[in-house]
Each structure stands twice: as C-alpha cells, then as structure tokens.
Design a protein around this ligand. Structure first.
Ligand code: SF4
Length: 387
C-alpha cells in the first residue's frame, strides 16, 4: 500500500453553525481526518458568488465558497448533505460537483443522503472510510447525535445568558470555552463529563436573573436560521438588546424528524407540530422549511411570545410562499412578525436598524399590554361624592 493510501483521508463538510463539531467526531471515530475549513467569511462568500449562478440562493454560494477554501487548503474529499425536495436543494449536490469539476479541482465529492435516515448515514460512512465496520459506524452516528443535542442545549443556555449578562461579551467567552470542551470528547462517558463541565463553565457568566427581557422566536430557512455568518449573527445582536431568542429549527429537531426512529422519540416532534399547526393556512409540505415556518408563527403566538423573526435567502421559493401566508395569519395571530431577506448585498447598518426598530416596537407593545392588565385588575377608585 502506498504512503498516500495509508494516510488518513481528509474529509471536509460545509459549515452551518456548530455542526462541524459533530461531523468531525464521526469522522475521527471511523478513522478519517476531519478537515475543518475556516469558518464561513466574506472570502468564502465572494468565492462562492463568483462561481455560482447569480440568482441561486445564498446557502449554495456559501457552501461552494466553503468547498473551494477546503480544497485549496488541502482536503482530499468534500462531502455534501443532500435531500430530495420540491426546492433547489435536490439539485445542489450535482450543481456543486459540476462547478468544482469545471474549476479544475480534483478533490473527490461525497454525498450524504439525509432523508435516507440511518441507512443514508451508514452508506456515507462506508464510502468515506472505505471499510465496512457496522459497529464503528453505529458508534460514530450515535456520538455525532449526542454532540448535536449537547451543542443545541449549550446554545439555548447561551441565549438565556446573553440577554441577562452583566458584562457584555461574558456569555460568548464562556460559550467559546464550552465548545472547546465538547470538541475534546468522542465517547459516551466523555460527553457526559463534557456536559457537566459545560454547565459549570456557563454558570460562571454573571447574570441579572431578574432583568426584564423580551422573548423572540426565530424561524425561516434552516441554513440561515442556524448559520451566524449568513444571518449576520442576529442572535448576538438581539442578546445585546436584552432579547432571549429561541429556535425550533435546530439540527437536533431535524434529527428527531428525519433520522431517529419513532420508537426512540419522546413527545411531539417539530414536523409533527408543524403539520398540526400549519393546517389552517398551508395544507401540505411545499419544500424547504415553509410548513415549519408557518407553524412556528402560530406556535409563538399561542405561547404569547413578544415577536417572531423570519429569515430567508433572497429567491428562496418555499420561504417566498410562507411570507405570503403570514398576512392571512393576522386574522388569528396578533404576534409581530419581522421578515428579513438576506443575500450577498445585504448591508449591516440597515439590517441592524430594522432589528432595533422591531425590538423597540415589541418593548412598547409589551409595556402597553402590562399597563392594560394593571388597569383591568385595579378596581375603580371610589369617588368623594355622596349619593
Ligand atoms: S429552502 Fe430555499 S434556500 Fe434552501 S435550498 Fe431550497 S430554495 Fe434554496
């Protein structure tokens, strides 16, 4: 066997939030070398934009940019997550593979068919590792899933702390340390220990638990909702303004719907809730995350949340549909909705101004409601006049 064949295969995935921590663990377990390219940046965006069709959606451009950076950095393989669907996602894989070939890159292209569930993951690991070891593959999948759940839990804690931190940037500092802790462990016992350490780390953030914060749900296209570069770190901005953010569209919720067998799930999943709550407005899945978005608005309204932000890429077909359904939802849902459409031209200043204005609106609305409640509870003052 030649030295090159003996060397570990370097495999790279595109970024999306903190997902690289999970796939890196799975690749290490099967004996490959995870190649983590620099986090998505303006450089990746301009590389992707330069080599992508102009009207294609933003995630495609960013993923292509990630791949170009990974290949130029020395990866042997690039792996793409694909799924069939009514939108462009079904075509992403082939388009990206063709674009890389046209650019003259020789890195091999792998595909992970997510909607084939565990079978799709197994086939991917088989192709990536070049060996058939069911035990190892089951371990890799299990550990990657545990990491995803731990990372999502950590992000929920981050959002809670950010909105209440006393020293700005404190929560972020401890969050980054927690990410490093999670990255160190690739076993069940190790992750149990990591979970404890992360809890301790995040408890060091000095917070004001009595601070009056606003609660906002974020929904939209899953990539933009979870990727801080493409959503211009909206959660950080909102946290700075004293807003606690919550997302239903997370990687762990996706795993529950698409990968984890029914017997192992607890409670109603996001997709099941989407089918239930979106029904009056949207009868069936029309691709992307439109069904989930419509139901997320109804769900946020049901819980009396202060507002909901919908983030979508410019030209995203399913999200254009969901945005057009929101006005019809006004009849039953009085929650404020802020739609944000992102592309490579989106300027930061205007974007922040819109978020600030929305936060201001929610704050005034909340105060008005609180005053109304107080005046309804206060009995009428007796007058001095005698009858
Ligand atoms: S959901 Fe929208 S952004 Fe995502 S691949 Fe489909 S069309 Fe593009």
């Amino acid at each position: 066997m030649s030295k090159v064949e003996k060397a570990k295969r370097k495999i790279s995935f595109p970024h999306m939030g903190t997902i690289s921590y999970a796939w890196s663990a799975a690749l290490r377990i099967i004996g490959c070398e995870p190649f983590v390219e620099p986090y998505t940046s303006k450089k990746a965006l301009s590389l992707g934009t330069k080599h992508a069709p102009e009207a294609i959606c933003l995630p495609y451009k960013l993923i292509l940019g990630n791949f170009i950076e990974a290949i130029e950095g020395g990866t042997d393989y690039v792996a793409m997550i694909t799924s069939p669907g009514c939108c462009r996602l079904g075509e992403y894989g082939k388009c990206i593979a063709n674009a890389l070939t046209d650019l003259g890159y020789e890195a091999k292209y792998l595909e992970l068919q997510l909607y084939d569930g565990l079978k799709g993951m197994y086939n991917f690991l088989l192709e990536a590792s070049g060996k058939n070891n069911p035990f190892l593959f089951c371990r890799a999948i299990f550990i990657a899933m545990l990491k995803v759940f731990l990372l999502d839990k950590l992000e929920t804690r981050l959002s809670y702390c950010r909105a209440r931190e006393i020293n700005q940037g404190d929560a972020e500092k401890h969050y980054n340390k927690s990410l490093k802790i999670i990255d160190q462990y690739d076993t069940v016992l190790g992750l149990r220990k990591a979970s404890k350490l992360v809890k301790e780390e995040m408890s060091k953030v000095e917070i004001n638990p009595n601070k009056e914060v606003l609660y906002v749900d974020i929904t939209g296209e899953i990539y933009l909702v979870n990727d801080e570069f493409s959503n211009q770190n909206i959660e950080k901005e909102l946290g700075r303004m004293g807003v606690q953010v919550r997302r239903s569209l997370t990687v762990s919720s996706f795993l529950k719907d698409a990968i984890i067998p029914k017997a192992f799930r607890k409670g109603e999943t996001h997709l099941q809730r989407a089918n239930r709550l979106a029904k009056p407005y949207l009868m069936r899945d029309i691709g992307g995350d439109a069904l989930e978005c419509v139901s997320d608005v109804a769900y946020a309204n049901e819980r009396g949340i202060d507002g909901i932000i919908h983030i979508s890429p410019f030209t995203c077909m399913p999200e254009i549909m969901s945005q057009n359904i929101f006005p019809a939802m006004r009849e039953n849902c009085e929650i404020p909705i802020l739609p944000l459409i992102m592309d490579e031209q989106t300027g930061r200043a205007g974007y922040i101004t819109r978020i600030e204005a929305f936060v201001d609106l929610m704050r005034r609305r909340k105060r008005r409601r609180q005053m109304q409640k107080i005046s309804e509870q206060t009995p009428n003052q007796p007058t001095n006049s005698t009858v």
